[in-house]
Design a protein around this ligand. Structure first.
Ligand SMILES: Cc1cc2nc3c(=O)[nH]c(=O)nc-3n(C[C@H](O)[C@H](O)[C@H](O)COP(=O)(O)OP(=O)(O)OC[C@H]3O[C@@H](n4cnc5c(N)ncnc54)[C@H](O)[C@@H]3O)c2cc1C
Length: 390
C-alpha cells in the first residue's frame, strides 16, 4: 500500500516539499496530496512587481491543477482542523487521512485586529497588490509612508526595498519631485536586523535616493480620517498613501492546537529535521515556524527547510534515502529600484542562540545586471514545483 503523504499549503514550503518527495519516491510507494485554500502557488516576491505594473498575476502564479501531471493529487479547500492523534485533516466536510503530514500554511493576515488598518494598502498578497497597483497608478503626488504592524512579517527587508522601487517608479513617471517617500519602521536603522554589513550600505542608498526613514517607530494605530500613522508614544506621521504590512498571525487551525503550536501560538518543530517534537509523522516548515525557531519569514528558509523535510519523509518511506542537512543560509536577490543586489546571511548561530544580535551576512554586489537574478529565480521557483516552465 502506498503511504499517504498529505501536505498543507502549496506555497514555497509545501509546493517544494511535494515536488521534492515526488522526485525521490515512486508513485507506487507514496500517494501525495497537497491541500491549499487558494488552489494555486504564487511567487510572492513578485507581488511588489504586480503593484508597480511590471508583472501580471498570471505570470507569477500557477494553478494546483498542474500537480496532476507529476502524479500529485491536489485539494482546493481550507484546513480547519488537524487531529494528530487520529492522523486526520479536516477540509470543509472532508476528512483526509494521512501516514505522514507536512504543514507549511504560512500566515494569516488579520487587519481587523489593528486599529484603523482598513485605510491602509499593502502588497503582501495578490489581491491587495492589484488594489495597490491601481492606487499607485492614480497617485499624482504627496506623501507615501511604508510601515509594518507586527514585529514579524514576510520578507523583513521588503519595506525599504519597495521604497527604493517606488523611487525608481516615480522617476520613470517623471513625478519623483512631487512624491515624498518615507519608511517608518520599528528597526533602529534600515535593515538593522541583518547587522551593519547590510544596514550601512542600505542606509546610504536610501539617502542617495532621497528616501526618508523614521527609525525605531513602533506603529500602534492608523488614523484613516486624519491620514496619520500613530506611534507608541503618540507621535504622528502624516501620509497621503499608507502602505503597511498587515498583522501576521498563525492560521486558526494552528493557534488553538496544543499538539502543533509552541507557547507563541505558532507551529513548532525541531530545527534539525522539522519533525513535530512529539509526533514523528508530522513535519512543519516555513513562515509558520519562523517565530518558534527564531528566524525571519522568508521563502529561502522555507525552500531549504522543504529540502530537508522532504528528504526525511522520503527516507521514512523508502528506507535508504540520505537525509539533506538543513542549510541555514538565507540568500536574497533584492531589487533596489535602479539596480539588483545580492546578499546572503548564515543564520546558524542565530538559530542556536536567539540572543545572537544578527546573522553573519555578506553583500555580493549591486549592479543593473543583477536585476535579472530575481527574474531567473521567479521562473526556477514555479518550474521546480510544477515540473515545467510557466
Ligand atoms: C511582497 C513579498 C516579497 C517577498 N520577497 C521575498 C524574497 O525576496 N526572498 C524570500 O526569501 N522571501 C520573500 N518573501 C517571503 C516568502 O514569499 C514567504 O516567506 C514564503 O512564501 C513562505 O513559504 P510558506 O510555505 O511558509 O508559506 P506560503 O508560501 O505563504 O504558503 C502557504 C500556503 O498555505 C495556504 N494556506 C494557509 N492556510 C491554509 C489553510 N488553513 N488551509 C489550506 N491552505 C492554507 C495558503 O493559501 C498558501 O498558499 C516575500 C513575501 C512577500 C509577500
Amino acid at each position: 500500500m502506498p503511504k499517504k503523504v498529505v501536505i498543507v499549503g502549496a506555497g514555497a514550503g509545501g509546493g517544494l516539499t511535494a515536488s521534492r518527495i515526488r522526485k525521490t519516491v515512486p508513485e507506487g510507494q507514496a500517494e501525495i496530496t497537497v491541500i491549499d485554500k487558494t488552489g494555486r502557488t504564487d511567487f510572492q516576491p513578485s507581488y511588489t512587481l504586480v503593484s508597480l505594473g511590471n508583472r501580471e498575476p498570471s505570470q507569477i502564479s500557477v494553478s494546483m491543477d498542474k500537480f496532476a501531471k507529476t502524479g500529485i493529487r491536489s485539494v482546493k479547500g481550507e484546513v480547519t482542523e488537524v487531529d494528530v492523534r487520529n492522523r486526520m485533516v479536516t477540509v470543509g466536510t472532508q476528512k483526509i487521512e494521512y501516514d505522514t503530514l507536512v504543514l507549511s500554511p504560512g500566515v494569516k493576515f488579520d487587519g481587523k485586529s489593528f486599529p484603523g488598518y482598513d485605510s491602509a494598502y499593502h502588497f503582501w498578497d495578490m489581491e491587495n497588490s492589484i488594489a495597490l497597483r491601481k492606487k499607485l497608478s492614480e497617485f499624482r503626488g504627496g506623501k507615501i509612508v511604508l510601515g509594518v504592524t507586527t514585529q514579524m512579517y514576510k520578507c523583513p527587508p521588503v519595506p525599504w526595498e519597495m521604497a527604493m522601487m517606488l523611487d525608481d517608479y516615480f522617476r520613470a513617471r517623471g513625478i519623483r519631485d512631487r512624491v515624498e517617500i518615507t519608511v517608518a519602521h520599528w528597526a533602529r536603522k534600515p535593515m538593522a536586523m541583518f547587522g551593519p554589513v547590510i544596514s550601512d550600505p542600505v542606509g546610504r542608498w536610501l539617502e542617495e535616493k532621497g528616501i526618508k526613514t523614521i527609525d525605531g517607530f513602533k506603529l500602534t494605530a492608523i488614523d484613516g480620517e486624519g491620514q496619520k500613522l500613530v506611534g507608541e508614544s503618540g507621535e504622528k506621521v502624516d501620509y497621503d498613501l499608507a502602505i503597511i504590512a498587515p498583522p501576521h498571525r498563525p492560521p486558526d487551525f494552528v493557534s488553538g492546537n496544543a499538539d502543533l503550536a509552541s507557547s507563541s501560538g505558532w507551529l513548532d518543530s525541531n530545527a534539525k529535521n522539522f519533525r513535530n517534537r512529539s509526533y514523528d509523522d508530522v513535519y512543519a516548515i516555513g513562515d509558520a515556524i519562523a517565530p518558534s525557531i527564531g528566524i525571519g519569514m522568508a521563502g529561502v528558509f522555507a525552500h531549504f527547510q522543504a529540502d530537508t523535510a522532504a528528504s526525511y519523509v522520503a527516507g521514512d518511506i523508502i528506507g535508504s534515502y540520505d537525509p539533506v542537512p538543513y542549510n541555514t543560509l538565507g540568500l536574497c536577490a533584492s531589487d533596489t529600484g535602479d539596480a539588483g543586489w545580492i546578499a546572503y546571511c548564515d543564520f546558524r548561530h542565530k538559530i542556536a542562540d536567539a540572543r545572537t544580535p544578527f546573522p553573519d551576512c555578506r553583500s555580493m554586489g549591486r549592479s543593473r545586471i543583477l536585476k535579472v537574478a530575481h527574474a531567473i529565480y521567479e521562473k526556477y521557483f514555479l518550474a521546480s514545483i510544477y515540473g515545467g516552465w510557466y
